[in-house]
Design a protein around this ligand. Structure first.
Ligand code: MCA
Ligand code: AMP
Length: 501
């Protein structure tokens, strides 16, 4: 194979008149039409001077064209760097400067991105929700065939930035082999065939929607009902035409809130997959009661793609994330050691396999802290193995909040809060939330006159993405600390455990 990822996901569908994307306006984009669009984009990127290994940063609404940019990058050996559309310009600035992106593609309605790109010597082009914008215009006249750039499995395919528990985000470097091995495993494990129709309502700038969902469908030669976002009406209307769906727990709790979501609506479905955040056993039970389907829960990370999955055949056990996927090793160790805990005891989950990333871009120390020399990746999740071998995630050894499937690192919010006038110090925690699973609560210890909370809210909105905004900001006289002086976040979490219940 000359370019293993391209050949397996895309190239082998060349000329195929089979459906790839079912779009909201009723039209269908075939695999072949999609590949021709991707080839035009690949020419455009090359003509713009992007070489293999260069980074293309993309912050655009979900569209077939956005997906074709990903395919174009794979074909041309360019590293694809998708960015959450909720990121503010100041967040994006960091990703552009840190990655050294050569070209930044943004929404035509986000002109600030052009300034950021130019400030860091990158080019800027646009792609809007309807597939319009300068990139689409410039690609129109390009050839629909592109000579695929040869790549090896170890070559980089994508950078996905993950926030850090301390300091700035880290660019996780994913290779062709990382993505390919996971896609092939999931096709097999979840029994995808060319006849499948996946209901795709996830964003395509994170692992879940881009790799777990899209790569698996491409590897199976199947098709997707490609919705711009998760919206219960549209999802319920599309379900009878779909065979499978992947979602975060919030998708499933929102669907259960709708009485139209029942056995009849899901009669054609063969598989519902959940991940990115813990699925409550209660939701699992209610889902089965209502629809007759048992959700298949799996566990993954940006750095590793998917690690474990409940079985397709066999018991899908609520409250567990199943077994390590074929080819993936998993062990549970005592924190800060490589010593495995006895069966059933709680420890830190480590994983190793072809799915595990290559390291963090230009951060050798961070890489060394989390990725052991012998290939074990320290996930920072706390888990145990139940008597039947199912992996149970019991918590996190990292200070992380997951809201509606999006990761939020308290440190990032605390850093902004601590800079504000009238704030002596702050603590940010996750409180249980019925819709988002967890939501952000910020506690401020006043200094002098005390903080102007409204002004702080405004600053947070300017600096941080909307899903990171605290739903509650409270002032407290002091933060609980242990004898070492460390803030006891567990005690704070306890205090706010029922606030949103
Ligand atoms: C949107 N908002 C949120 C979230 N999403 N706030 C907190 N948490 C969120 N997840 C903001 C909105 O911008 C809005 O802000 C307000 O909250 C209410 O919006 P709402 O209409 O309820 O939100 P929505 O637009 O319907 O979005 C909710 C969503 C969405 C559909 C659950 O967040 C989503 O698609 N989540 C999926 C995330 C995902 O793909 N994660 C995978 C990461 P305002 O009122 O200020 O405008 S990959 C991963 O984790 C690993 C690898 C894995 O295992 O998969
Ligand atoms: P990300 O950094 O966005 O890739 O998020 C990865 C994190 O999401 C993991 O380290 C887990 O903490 C969490 N996660 C993913 N899937 C699950 C799941 N099924 N149950 C519990 N946590 C999960």
């Amino acid at each position: 194979m000359t370019n293993p990822l391209y050949d397996t996901l895309f190239g082998r569908h060349a000329g195929a008149d089979t459906p790839f994307l079912h779009l909201p306006d009723g039209s269908v984009l075939t695999h072949d039409a999609f590949l021709r669009m991707a080839a035009r984009f690949a020419h455009l990127l090359t003509d713009r001077g992007l070489q293999p290994r260069d980074r293309l940063a993309v912050q655009v609404p979900k569209s077939p064209q956005a997906l074709a940019l990903y395919a174009a990058c794979v074909q041309a050996g360019i590293v694809f760097l998708p960015l959450n559309t909720a990121y503010t310009p100041s967040e994006v600035e960091y990703f552009v400067s840190n990655s050294g992106a050569k070209l930044v593609v943004g929404d035509p309605t986000a002109p600030k991105l052009a300034d950021i790109a130019h400030q860091y010597g990158a080019q800027h082009m646009t792609l809007g929700a309807d597939g319009d914008g300068s990139i689409a215009n410039a690609a129109k006249s390009k050839s629909e065939t592109y000579p695929t750039v040869p790549r090896a499995r170890d070559d980089l395919a994508a950078f996905l930035y993950t926030s850090g528990t301390t300091g700035r985000s880290k660019g996780a470097m994913l290779t062709q082999g990382n993505l390919l091995s996971n896609a092939e495993t999931l096709v097999e494990h979840w029994r995808f065939t060319a006849d499948d129709v996946l209901l795709h309502a996830l964003p395509i700038f994170h692992t879940h929607g881009l790799f777990t969902a899209t790569n698996t469908i491409l590897a199976a030669g199947a098709s997707m009902i490609f919705l711009p976002k998760f919206e219960p009406d549209a999802v319920i209307a599309a379900l009878p035409k779909a065979t499978a769906m992947m979602g975060v727990p919030t998708f499933y709790t929102r669907l259960l809130d709708d009485p139209r979501f029942d056995r009849e609506a899901t009669r054609n479905m063969r598989l519902f997959v959940s991940g990115s955040a813990p699925l409550l056993a209660e939701v699992h039970r209610r889902f089965e009661e209502r629809t007759g389907h048992r959700i298949l829960e799996r566990y993954g990370m940006t750095e590793t793609n998917m690690n474990t999955s409940n079985p397709y055949d066999g018991e899908r056990r609520a409250g567990t994330v199943g077994f390590p996927l074929p080819g993936v090793e998993l062990r549970i160790v005592k924190p800060d050691t490589t010593e495995e805990v006895p069966q059933g005891e709680i420890g830190v989950i480590e994983v190793r396999g072809p799915n595990v990333f290559k390291g963090y871009w230009q951060m050798p120390e961070k890489t060394a802290e989390e990725l052991r020399k012998d290939g074990w990746f320290i996930t920072g999740d706390l888990g145990q193995i139940d008597p039947d071998g199912y992996v149970v995630i019991v918590g996190r050894n990292k200070d992380l909040i997951i809201s509606g499937g999006y990761n939020i690192y308290p440190k990032e919010i605390e850093q902004v809060l601590d800079e504000q006038p009238g704030v002596l110090e702050s603590a940010v925690i996750g409180a249980p939330h019925p819709d988002f699973g967890e939501t952000v609560v910020a506690l401020l210890v006043p200094d002098g006159e005390g903080p102007d909370v409204e002004a702080i809210k405004e600053t947070l909105r300017e600096r941080l993405a909307n899903y990171k905004q605290p739903r509650l900001i409270e002032t407290v006289s002091e933060l609980p600390r242990n004898t070492m002086g460390k803030v006891q976040k567990a005690a704070l979490r306890e205090r706010y455990a029922k606030t949103f219940a």
